[in-house]
Design a protein around this ligand. Structure first.
Ligand code: SF4
Ligand code: SF4
Length: 84
């Protein structure tokens, strides 16, 4: 599976360097509220197993940062910004 396709990296332990995926979820901090999914303007995110968000389609992610801004628990991070 290509990097960033169909999943969001889950970083359960303390902060690690960003992965190749454009959006990273810190699983231990995520409470599964779904706010990031609701506010994603391109519907690139979806809720997955154990009520954790995942990247449904990396190509749809515009790197807008809305998920990161809206998460009340600082549990989702946009690691790559698309240009143009
Ligand atoms: S908004 Fe934050 S806490 Fe809520 S589901 Fe998304 S990543 Fe998890
Ligand atoms: S950065 Fe924007 S488009 Fe990408 S998953 Fe987050 S809210 Fe959706």
């Amino acid at each position: 599976m290509p990097a960033g396709k169909g999943k969001v990296s889950e970083v359960g332990e303390a902060l690690r360097l960003p992965t190749a995926d454009p959006v990273v979820v810190f699983a231990k901090w995520c409470k599964g509220c779904g706010i990031c999914v609701e506010f994603c303007p391109t519907k690139a995110l979806a809720m997955g197993k154990e009520d954790r968000p995942y990247l449904l389609d990396a190509d749809r992610c515009s790197s807008c940062g809305m998920c990161e801004i809206r998460c009340p628990d600082f549990a989702i991070n946009v690691t790559h910004r698309k240009r143009g």
